[in-house]
Design a binder for this molecule. Structure first.
Ligand SMILES: *Cc1c(COP(=O)(O)O)cnc(C)c1O
Length: 362
């Protein structure tokens, strides 16, 4: 482990890779602007470190979900354009003014409240092209009264952008283009990470990049074009010999198929590692890596510990104070998500607060 044994695991966050990913996406967006989505503490990597790195890479517009996130961003970036996706909570206009933040408005009540309390400050509107989550319906959007408002941007969000052949994409492109034709002076903002890789000729002035910035694969059926940003190394607390036929961990879910060497590492579901990553006699699950060897978990993920079957790992690397990688260039956030029956987005945004967080690459 590094200098510190205080934390159980080290989370290494490569800000150089984050910047590389921003530049790669911005190049794909060509003439359109690439805004960064930094909600959920920059997808778990830390908004205070991520935002200055993204600004240095050329980013000038940021999206968060909540006002508390807008406040965290403003603490490190007083001047960039800042939009709050989850709209205008009743009575919150003055908070928006204090933070120099712009609400993304998605219903009539929000629009009216901002017209009255927004002091002419900029805002964006969200139109719905099929998600049925946030935003004005197509009918409402085509007849919107935007008088008395400084609307900069019209945005919508994809339903299945990671599946380029999905019918929904074409329908949404078409619906959004039609809505935007009614308000051609607004910047059209449509694409999330995966849509940077669509073939569709872009008519938008802005793209919104989230997951791919942080190293997630925006093209799940193709090799990942992005550079990994996070790496997780968990410290070995104990190594034990488990005789054939004995079980490991809560509820005895894993039975040693032969005399085995099991390493216990100091990370668990309290650190955001999903409990559903258990590897049991009945269900394959998560794994760790050491010395180039992938080693399956042995049983349940506990709150603070995970047992790993390291029988076939180079034994000189297996000992007290050594480490096993839980996220690395092979066990990517996408793979870890698959092993736990979820998606890499959830792995990233659940990254624990107990880790020794080390920022590199700047
Ligand atoms: C989260 C979010 C994004 C970013 O999506 P990614 O798939 O992470 O790139 C873009 N737009 C909206 C409205 C979002 O909620």
């Amino acid at each position: 482990m590094s200098e510190s044994h205080d934390h159980g695991a080290r989370l290494t966050i490569d800000l150089g890779a984050l910047q590389h990913n921003y530049r790669l996406l911005a190049a794909r967006a060509a003439a359109a602007e690439t805004a960064a989505v930094v909600k959920a503490d920059a997808y778990g990597i830390g908004i205070a470190a991520a935002v200055p790195a993204l600004i240095a890479a050329g980013c000038r517009t940021f999206y968060v979900a909540h006002l508390s996130e807008a406040a965290a961003l403003r603490a490190v970036a007083p001047d960039v354009a800042l939009y709050v996706l989850n709209g205008l909570p009743p009575g919150s206009a003055s908070r928006y003014h204090d933070l120099k933040a712009c609400p993304v408005l998605g219903c009539r009540e929000e629009l009216d409240e901002w017209r009255e309390k927004g002091r002419g400050r900029p805002c964006a509107i969200h139109v719905d092209t099929g998600m049925n989550r946030l935003g004005f319906t197509p009918e409402a959007a085509l007849t919107l009264d935007l008088s008395g408002l400084d609307v900069t941007t019209m945005l919508t969000h994809f339903v299945s952008s990671e599946l380029p052949q999905d019918m929904f994409n074409a329908l949404q492109y078409e619906a959004f283009e039609e809505m935007h034709r009614a308000f051609p002076s607004l910047a059209a903002s449509m694409a999330n990470s995966s849509a940077f890789f669509h073939d569709h000729a872009p008519f938008c002035q802005q793209y919104r990049a989230g997951y791919a910035l942080y190293g997630g694969n925006p093209t799940p059926h193709l090799p990942n074009p992005m550079r990994p940003v996070v790496r997780l190394d968990a410290e070995i607390v104990q190594v034990r010999a488990v005789p054939k036929g004995e079980t490991v961990g809560y509820n005895g879910r894993w039975t040693a198929p032969r005399d085995s060497v099991v390493a216990i590492v100091s990370t668990g579901y309290a650190d955001g590692y999903p409990r559903n990553g258990a590897n049991t006699d009945h269900k394959p699950g998560g794994s760790a890596r050491v010395g180039g060897v992938t080693c399956p978990f042995a049983g349940n993920v506990s709150m603070d510990l995970i047992a790993v079957d390291v029988t076939f790992a180079p034994q000189e690397l297996i000992g007290r104070g050594g480490t096993l990688a839980l996220i690395d260039e092979v066990l990517t956030v996408d793979v870890v998500g698959q092993h736990a029956g979820t998606i890499g987005y959830e792995i990233l945004t659940s990254l624990g607060r107990r880790y020794n967080r080390v920022y590199t690459g700047v």
